[in-house]
Design a binder for this molecule. Structure first.
Ligand code: MTE
Ligand code: MO
Length: 224
């Protein structure tokens, strides 16, 4: 693997990370209301037209020749792909809404990529695999139940509104899980681990909710 070719731009924004962790402790932005999933805008969210950038302050630049995706853990067929191999897989396009825990929602984002279902069919998780852990090039991690990763609207996306996903938004490849808050949609995805045990990720160990359903307003861990 040509990991030497991956450059990290920026510096970890420790103050920003600390203040978000404090927000979680204080329960900032919580309305205390659930909304039925039939309601398009989840409680406490406001619609935006732009697309904000959120990260830890570090944005990896991954040249396509150095890009790899590894899928491993509790699967029958651990697999890794180079860029051209991955983009040769069957493609799916999908239009979804984004709901960020910082209370913005963006409607009608058109994604193209490989569906999680197609990927799952290739690697064949073992029966014991119940959790999926995403590992990114910027060292970010996040976790979802396998049942949610296997949702029909989950994508490994390389394009947004018919353009390649920009570096700041997680290109070359990011995860898109529309039914959960956007922190679960890992940018710059490098490795997908199928696991028997759950492994709370970067924000989940800093007070964010382990599951993150926007319609039940699961912004933060109740114990935090
Ligand atoms: N690798 C990685 N993925 C990440 C993050 C990150 O810092 N690193 N931030 C998460 C958060 S908190 C959000 S809201 C979305 C932001 O995606 P965007 O910058 O494209 O809006 O990415 C999520 N995925
Ligand atoms: Mo977020």
């Amino acid at each position: 693997m040509a990991d030497d070719d991956v450059t990290l731009f920026g510096k970890l924004k420790n103050k920003l990370i600390d203040s978000k962790q404090k927000w979680a402790q204080d329960g900032r932005l919580l309305t205390g209301h659930d909304a039925p999933p039939t309601e398009r805008l989840p409680p406490g969210q406001r619609q935006v037209e732009n697309w904000p950038v959120l990260d830890l302050g570090v944005q990896p630049e991954i040249p396509l020749h150095a890009w790899r995706l590894f899928v491993d853990g509790e699967v029958e067929e651990p697999t890794s792909w180079k860029w051209g191999e991955f983009t040769d897989l069957p493609k799916t396009t999908l239009t979804t809404d984004i709901h960020c825990v910082t209370a913005w929602s963006r409607y009608d984002n058109r994604w193209e990529g490989v569906s999680a279902r197609d990927l799952i069919a290739l690697v064949r998780p073992k029966a014991e695999a119940q959790h999926v852990i995403f590992h990114s090039y910027d060292t970010y991690t996040t976790n979802v139940p396998l049942a949610d990763f296997a949702g029909e609207d989950v994508l490994l996306a390389w394009s947004w509104n018919d353009e390649p996903i920009s570096r700041e938004h997680g290109g070359p490849l990011r995860i898109v899980i529309p039914k959960l808050y956007f922190w679960k949609s890992a940018k710059w995805i490098k490795r997908i681990e199928f696991s028997v045990l759950d492994k709370p990720g970067f924000w989940e160990v800093r007070g964010y909710h382990n599951y993150g359903d926007p319609w039940r307003e699961q912004r933060y861990d109740e114990e935090a």
